[in-house]
Design a protein around this ligand. Structure first.
Ligand code: ASP
Length: 340
């Protein structure tokens, strides 16, 4: 990575002196994705399920990388990569999203561009097939950053996104998880909330650096099993679940959203890099393994910095993740160690 950076710096020095923009040069691309963090234990996993996760993560990360290599902008790569995961019942986003306490799906998503600092988000939407595409539509076609509920749905529809029935997101696995969570919640005598690690994981996210050197991050989720209707997590909150700034880094988070909002996790990591000069790895580890652990918030992040360095850091038992770095090296992981 160092070598790439110094080469880029040298190229910039000569190209910029010729009056050419550095962004006209072909840059190295990289991508990292996550499929949620939580109590993901090998003993609870069948070999078939493990294989299915690895295959889907690999498919998604390779799709995003190929798009980046072909020269598409980072937003397109992020959206199309996340859509692979939204369409898979394995993940808590789009099809396979968790249920609210009342048995519906309320979806959140956001996307941010590190070059323009422009962002778009949708929250609590029930009839949008691809929340990440709607978030991008907000980024591109709305003066606002975040739209929620029926306002977001009407906006998406006005741009030609056909509304879908909330039941298209149903899966038996998530319904069973809801029944279990409801039982526990009712027994404990609390009406909502208090989710446990395995009642939540599966949020998806993607972070890229594109050929123009722009960092883009996106996140999409169904939130937390048995959440109160109307609850919004960190995923659509710019700065908490998603952040991108070309001068530091881009981050997509997954975990117990209330903590990620209160500790402003995604932006905090990039701010630490920007203002204190620490590396991405150090900033991410401090926030996830010190700040959040002390606060009691579990989860993790994926991130890329302006030099193309990748981080995938989590304080939970596991995090579904995959990456392809600027050298083209592919890595996929579920538990602490990378699988391949
Ligand atoms: N952060 C998401 C939320 O709180 C859930 C997750 O990442 O698993 O809505």
């Amino acid at each position: 990575m160092k070598r790439t950076f110094s080469l880029k710096t040298m190229l910039c020095a000569s190209v910029c002196s010729l009056g050419l923009s550095f962004s006209t040069l072909a840059a190295d691309v990289a991508i990292v994705i996550h499929g949620g963090a939580g109590t993901i234990l090998k003993k609870n996993m069948t070999p078939e399920l493990e294989k299915a996760y690895i295959a889907k993560l690999t498919e998604a990360v390779k799709k995003g990388y190929a798009l980046l290599q072909s020269g598409v902008d980072g937003e397109t790569a992020v959206v199309e990569t996340i859509q692979v995961l939204e369409q898979s019942p394995l993940f808590n986003a789009g099809i396979g999203a968790v249920y609210t306490f009342d048995g519906e799906h309320e979806l959140d998503a956001s996307i941010m561009h590190g070059g323009t600092l422009n962002a778009g988000a949708v929250a609590g939407v029930k009839t949008i097939a691809s929340p990440i595409a709607a978030a991008r539509a907000v980024l591109e076609h709305s003066p606002h950053v975040m739209l929620s509920g029926t306002g977001a749905e009407d906006f998406a529809q006005s741009l030609g996104m056909e509304p879908v029935d909330n039941h298209i997101f149903d899966t038996e696995r998530r319904y069973k998880a809801l029944e279990k969570a409801r039982e526990r919640i009712l027994q404990a005598g609390i009406s909502y909330g208090g989710q446990q690690g395995n009642e939540r994981f599966g949020t998806v996210g993607a972070v890229v650096i594109d050929k123009q050197g722009n960092l883009v991050a996106g996140t999409s989720t169904g939130g937390m099993t048995a959440k109160r209707y109307g609850r919004i997590g960190d995923s659509p909150v710019i700065g908490a679940g998603t952040w991108a700034d070309n001068s530091s880094c881009a981050v997509s988070a997954t975990g117990h959203g209330e903590y990620f909002i209160r500790y402003h996790v995604a932006a905090d990591i990039c701010s630490r890099m920007k203002y204190t000069g620490v590396s991405l790895d150090e900033a991410a580890n401090t926030v996830i393994n010190n700040v959040l652990v002390e606060a009691g918030g579990d989860g993790g992040i994926i991130a890329i910095d302006h030099d193309g360095n990748i981080a995938a850091v989590f304080n939970s038992a596991g995090m579904y993740r995959a990456q392809i770095d600027t050298d083209g090296k592919v890595k996929v992981g579920i538990y602490k160690e990378w699988v391949e």
